[in-house]
Design a protein around this ligand. Sequence first.
Ligand SMILES: Cc1ncc(C[n+]2csc(CCOP(=O)(O)OP(=O)(O)O)c2C)c(N)n1
Ligand code: SF4
Ligand SMILES: [Mg+2]
Length: 491
Amino acid sequence: MADKILYGRSAGFFPTFERRPGPIKTNMHYCPGCGHGILHKLIAEAIQDFGIKDKTIIIAPVGCAVFSYYYFDCFGISVPHGRAPAVGTGLARANQENIVISYQGDGDLASIGFNQIIQAANRGENLAVFFVNNAIYGMTGGQMAPTTLPGQKTQTTPQGRSVSTEGYPLKVSETVAALDAPVYVERVALSTVQNIRKARLAIRKALTNSIERKGFSLVECLSGCPVNLKMHAKEMNEFLDNQMSRYFPLGVYKDIADSRDPLQRAEGIYDPRQVKELLYPVKVADGVSESFRNPSRIFEAERRIKLAGSGGQGVLSLGYMLATMGKLRNFNVSWLPSYGPEMRGGTANCSVVLSRHPIGSPLVERDCNLLIALNQSSLDKYLPELKRNGILLYDESNVRQPENTGEQILYTLPASDLATQLGDLKYANSVLLGAVAVMMCDLFLDDDDKADFDRVFEEAIMDCFREKETVVQANIRAFYIGKENARRISR
Ligand SMILES: Cc1ncc(C[n+]2csc(CCOP(=O)(O)OP(=O)(O)O)c2C)c(N)n1
Ligand code: SF4
Ligand SMILES: [Mg+2]
C-alpha cells in the first residue's frame, strides 16, 4: 500500500472522464482550489490500494459532488438531497459485501438530511460517511449552511451569520459521536499537506471499518469553497486552519471499532416467491381446489373497487375482506383506506384493486368497475366515477335506487336492516359480503368454482376477525343472510 500521497491520477479514477459533457474529458468540474477534488483523490487512492473498486458504491446526493460518478471507477449512484443514508442502508443491507460510501455536503447532511444521517448512525449502518463541511451551500451559489460560522457572510446572511437570528453552527462530529452505535468519528481538514495526510489516514480507517463490517464511520472534512467564500487559495487555507478549525476542532471524537464484532445482519432475500411468503404469510384456504387457487377466467381484467359509507359501518373491513379474498386466490391486491375526519362520523371510503398483473395505482377514482355504497352521500359522490358498464351494489336500507344507470348492473339488499335484526349494525359489512358472493356467482363463476366459493369468503372473514371466534361465527352467519337476500335489479 502506498504510504504517501501520489502525484498523478489514481487508478481509482477513470483514465478519462468520458461521462462528462463537453469536449474536455480530462478536467474535473470542480472549481480550482475546491476541497472536493482533494477528497476525491484520497478516496480514489484508497479504493485502488484496498482493491475494492468492484464492490464499492459511492452515493452522491445533491451538491457540487453530485457528479462524482464522472470520475470514480467504481459503482456510483446519485440520490435526492439528504437521502444518501437511506439509500446506503438499503445497499449495505441488501448485499453485505458492498462497501458503501455516503459522500455528503453540509447542506445535504446537516440540513435537509440531518434526521437521515442521525438515524442511520444510530442504527449503526455499515457506511463510510465522508462529510464535506465547507460552511456553505456551494452548488447553489453560496447560501448559509448549518455549519456557516458566526459572522460569516453568505448570500443569505449578507451582514454575517447572527447566532441570535440563525442559531449556532451545527457540530456534526460531536453529535454523531455522542450516539452509542457509531464506531469511528473524526474531523480532519483538507488544508495543509500535514492535515491532508491525516485526512488520508482517516479515510482509510473508515473504509477499513466498512470492509471489516464494523458499522458506522464518519469523517468530517473541513473543506474549501474558494469561489463562494470569495477567497484565494492561501486565504482559504488560513480560513480552514484558523477560523473553521477553531469552531470545529480537529481530532478523533470516537474510535471503538477494535472493540466491536463484525455486524451480523439478516441476509437479503431475492427469490420473489420467498419475498411474497415473507410479506404475505397468508395460507390459501383449506380445501379449496387447485384449479380454484389458480384463477381461470374470473377477473381476467383488473377489478377496481370503491367502497364508501359512514364511519362505523365497517366499510374499511369490508374492503379488507375483499382484498383478503384476492390474496387467498393468488391475485395481486391493494387496499387503500382513507382515514381522516371521515373516521369521526363523515364518509369513510377505501379503494381495493385485484389484479393478475402488478398493480399500478392503488387509488380507485374514475376507473371504478365495482362501487359498493352504504349510504346516500357516498352513492351521490362516487356513482359518477363508476364506469359505464360497471357494477353497483348498494345498501337499500340507506340508499335510494339511482335512476338512469344505463348499462350499469345493480345489486342491492337491505344490509343495515338485516344487520340490525342480527343484533348489531356492524354486521352490515359481512351481509354485504354475501351480496358480493351472489353477484360474483351470477356474473363470473363457473359451476365448478361456485362449489368452493363460500369457503374463500369464510376464510376472508376469519382472517379479518382472527382469534375472536364468536365474532367470526356471527359474521359468517351475516354473510349467509346477505347471500339469501341479495338481488339483482337491473339488466
Ligand atoms: C430537495 C431539494 N432541495 C433543494 C435543492 C437545491 N440544492 C441543490 S444543491 C443544494 C445545497 C448543496 O450544498 P452542500 O450539501 O453543502 O454541497 P456543496 O455544494 O457545498 O458541496 C441545494 C439546497 C435540491 N436540489 N433539492
Ligand atoms: S462551488 Fe465551491 S464546493 Fe462547489 S465546486 Fe466550486 S469551490 Fe467546490
Ligand atoms: Mg457545502
